[in-house]
Write a protein that binds this ligand. Structure first.
Ligand code: ADP
Length: 481
């Protein structure tokens, strides 16, 4: 596979409508075999400032367009992304590793955010509030917040970008994007299509390089009025602190530690199938992945047998090969974390039902691994593994499941399986999370508000709420006397 053959392939940064290189470059590697795919610019604070200035320069004309015109351009971008989905997916699999069909699914999912926000652009309604007396009229409008910055992770190289860029543009904001160093090529190709769709120069800028220096400029520059970040809680907390002096608006989508609870009365076949999707999608590298699997005592053995049969069907391999269900992990650090969680669990009394050792074909490949007799004291129950490890923990009562599920600083997603509406109502209302999947392991969609509570973040992406994140409320009081 030669990247140069893909016409949308780009390995330069986009600043003020110009594709720009740099004296310093950094390798982008294929996690499936460690080979260098290409090199991309290693920019720092100076280029970040140029990009922010370009976004600032482009702001007034972009926000002056009607929402209808902005929506039209966004829809063109959507159509181009859908038309080039195969090429985008190939680029994504090469740099990120996920199976090609999953990559294509992500591209279409990413496109769905563009379409959703193109539609929502036209519905940034204000309101007229009845006044307390006849001498005043009270009008409330919503205005674009201004220049925005976005920092995105490598696990969803396209969707994490469109979730931020599409609502920003729909609202009338301009933006500077810093994708993860592991996956810049999807970002360049995706945002290059936005240029092709007619997004004016400077409205979207994208640069790669020194994360700390780029982040420092984004957080300290007073022109930037909003930062949207998806990544680890530790980096999110630092960015939040750095944004404090200039009081920037923030959206933070941070770590998770999702419980997946199977009650005695659950449909076990359904629960096991949904757990396969929730746990092993993207090789377990999603922030909403089931991390701790709680199974009620009465069905623990039976469920583990049903689940095991499904895990046996999963094929680990290069994402470009047909039939691959689980691609490589992103790097060796990720593999080490999975191994460490397994070793810790074995020391504390767990046993391996399947998997456990790295695949011999490539350094970053790791097979789906299931642990029996896991418990709350283990690292895998307290930290996000971000890999294909499924620890099965036994519980007794509904209250015990709720207590265990909530005993974490994180609160992004949770899943529960039961056929009893009272159990569903009680548990879903008491789970301290932003999102609950009831009898389903897949909850992400552009039309619903995605986000977490506690250390999992602030704000929501997608849905109507996702547009509000890029709008400020202005109240105008008209004296009528
Ligand atoms: P992950 O473990 O998923 O890589 P990170 O939080 O480290 O999570 O990375 C998410 C994004 O944040 C990436 O684009 C990364 O380059 C960026 N990043 C990491 N450290 C910093 C920092 N100090 N300032 C700004 N961005 C950062």
């Amino acid at each position: 596979m030669n990247l140069q053959d893909l016409s949308i392939f780009k390995n330069q940064c986009l600043i003020n409508g110009q594709w720009s290189s740099h004296s310093e470059l950094i390798d982008v590697r294929n996690p499936a075999d460690g080979k260098i795919l290409t090199q991309v610019p290693y920019m720092d604070g100076i280029e970040t400032r140029l990009a922010i200035n370009a976004a600032n320069h482009a702001l007034s004309s972009w926000k002056s367009l009607t929402a209808y015109k902005r929506a039209e351009i966004l829809m063109k971008w959507h159509d181009l992304v859908v038309a080039r989905a195969n090429d985008l997916a190939t680029i994504m699999t090469l740099e990120q590793g996920k199976p090609l069909n999953e990559a294509k699914g992500e591209v279409l999912y990413a496109a769905s955010y563009i379409k959703w926000f193109a539609e929502e652009a036209r519905r940034a309604y204000g309101e007229i509030i009845p006044s307390e007396d006849n001498t005043k009229k009270i009008h409330v409008t919503k205005e674009p917040i201004g220049v925005c910055a976005a920092i995105t992770p490598w696990n969803f190289p396209a969707a994490m970008i469109t979730r931020k860029v599409a609502p920003a543009l729909a609202a009338g904001c301009t933006i500077v994007v810093k994708p993860a160093m592991e996956t810049p090529l999807t970002a360049f190709a995706l945002l290059g299509l936005a240029q092709d769709a007619g997004v004016p120069d400077g409205v979207i800028n994208v640069l790669t390089g020194d994360a700390k220096k780029i982040g420092a400029e984004m957080t300290s520059n007073p022109i930037v009025r909003k930062l949207s970040f998806t990544g680890s809680t530790s980096v999110g907390a630092k960015l939040m602190a750095d944004c404090a002096p200039s009081i920037k608006k923030l959206s933070l989508e941070l770590g998770g530690n999702a419980p997946f609870i199977v009650f005695d009365d659950a449909n076990l076949e359904l629960a096991a199938s949904e757990l396969i999707k929730s746990k092993f999608r993207n090789a377990g590298q999603t922030c909403v992945c089931a991390n701790r699997i709680y199974i009620q005592k009465g069905v623990y053995k039976q469920f583990s047998e049903v689940f095991l049969e499904k895990v046996k069907q999963l094929k680990v391999g290069n994402g470009l090969e047909a039939g691959t269900n689980i691609g490589p992990l992103i790097d060796q650090k990720a593999v080490r974390k999975v191994r460490q969680h397994i070793e810790d669990a074995l020391c504390k009394g767990a046993s391996i039902l399947i998997g456990g050792e790295p695949h011999s074909n490539s350094d970053n490949w790791f097979p789906p691994t299931v642990l029996l007799n896991a418990n709350q004291t283990m690292q895998c129950a307290n930290e996000e593994t971000f890999g294909p490890l499924a620890p099965l923990i036994c519980f007794d009562t509904i209250d015990a499941a709720i207590q265990m599920a909530n005993s974490t600083e994180f609160g992004l997603a949770a899943y529960m399986f039961s056929e009893n509406h009272r159990t569903i109502e009680k548990v879903s209302s008491r789970l301290e999370v932003g999102m609950v999947g009831v009898n389903t392991g897949i909850i992400s969609t552009a039309v619903a508000p995605f986000g977490g509570v506690k250390s999992s973040g602030i704000g929501r992406e997608g849905a109507r709420a996702g547009l509000d994140e890029y709008l400020e409320i202005k109240y105008v009081c008209y004296g009528m006397g």
